[in-house]
Ligand binder design. Sequence first.
Ligand SMILES: NC(=O)C1=CN([C@@H]2O[C@H](COP(=O)(O)OP(=O)(O)OC[C@H]3O[C@@H](n4cnc5c(N)ncnc54)[C@H](O)[C@@H]3O)[C@@H](O)[C@H]2O)[C@@H](O)CC1
Ligand SMILES: [K+]
Length: 479
Amino acid sequence: MHGVWRTAAVRRAEAELMRGLPPLALMHRAAAGLAATCTQLLRAMPGKHAGAYGAHITVLAGPGDNGGDALLAAERLIRQGAQATAIAVMGERVHRQALRAFRDAGGRLATTAPTHTDLLIDGIIGIGGRPGLPERAVQLLETIHPRLTVAVDVPSGVDVDTGAVPGPAVNADVTVTFGCRKPAHVLGDAALRTGYLDLIDIGLGPYLECEGYLQVPTLDDMIEQWPFPDELDDKYTRGVVGIAAGSAEYPGAAILATAGALSGPAGYVRYAGAAKAQVHNHHPEVVGTDSVATAGRTQSWLIGPGSGTGEATAHELKQVLARPVPAVLDADAITLLAQSPHLLANREAPLVLTPHDREFERLYGTAPGDRRAEAAMALAKRLHCTVLLKGHHTIVADSDGTVYVNPTGHPALATAGTGDVLAGLVASLLAAGIPAARAAMMGAFMHGMAARAVASEIVSPVASQIAAELPGTIGALND
Ligand SMILES: NC(=O)C1=CN([C@@H]2O[C@H](COP(=O)(O)OP(=O)(O)OC[C@H]3O[C@@H](n4cnc5c(N)ncnc54)[C@H](O)[C@@H]3O)[C@@H](O)[C@H]2O)[C@@H](O)CC1
Ligand SMILES: [K+]
């Protein structure tokens, strides 16, 4: 699991670390890491240059230490044979010592953009930045057409602590950050502008508060935590999952949700609803009944995908909520819950809600907006449940304050039915005994991985292709 820390926590850690170090020591560490990454990128870039040697670099240097990092990295690249031009975007306000070092090494200070540059280093603003960019920086970014843009610490202009991008901001191919990940690297539109993230160790780790603001799961977490069956398991010990999804009008949702559940760790999938014949045709291993009441005991339930929002679903939802086992409420079940929040009055067993933005608004009263982690956290606390807020970089917030951000996923997931598959998978993880927030996070992670795998072969995959990929993607965890 990777931790993610906000600016204030980074500043506190930095102050502690700096106490025993000479001035500029951390900036030199940051610049060394940044220069090394730039050299690697230049080496991989086809062209007349050989790595940094012969390459042209442009530095946009802002008024603070972020600009200082960029100038000191450029100084190192010049010493490796690069040509470098720096533009101080706030004129006189620029890191003096770093600028002197840059010029002493042979760097050129200019006021206009060069016509050609291989690499643009964005040192405009870092974690000391307010969202948005100075007008001069916007003009320069429009004029310069680098082959590659590397952001220092964060893409300038983003809101570092929320991941929002309310104004102009840099669009980086690579972001080189120092000490730890920050929310902008993993959340919201800022994450899309971060590009590939390279984390440089500057010795901050021991000084960071142990719990980050957010957690980003890794493949190793999946490998360690996925509940694979062992020799002593039978279908019941692996967990029984109940799926109340689909309807006569929408049998597809039932098929996709059961496909998701079948790909997960549960040993037995029971379907309850009007699409049982179609589910059976697609998945002969699923046992079908007409209603939640007749489905027998399960260790978890999923209700909502394609269910409709009529009386019959409302009745089934009450049945599911009355059972003392974890449940996933998706799609129409979320709409019904939003209309009748009192349904949760006596609910104690864990609950996972999987809203997209419009469903979130129905539940919470306002849309998540661009402070997505905070929004998901607030809803989880209000309803005392786990919220899986869908989007690129899906967020899973638990009522105990834990927030996961999913690093996998693909634009291909923006297609009908993928949410049904995900909901079924999460319900299967719950049936296997995985705690709610972790089940939601693991489901989102593997679902996103499967989508990536399919999208690498098919331009526009559909939900059933992603469902078909899941068993292989999950099975590979055990290799
Ligand atoms: N925190 C750490 O542990 C380390 C930080 N370092 C670097 O230091 C950076 C932070 O440096 P600073 O605190 O000097 O802050 P920044 O360099 O991020 O910039 C702050 C300056 O930019 C101006 N500014 C902020 N937002 C603006 C906007 N939207 N438009 C116009 N001007 C704006 C502010 O008035 C201030 O003068 C980090 O991002 C990183 O690059 C590294 O040198 C090493 C270690
Ligand atoms: K920057």
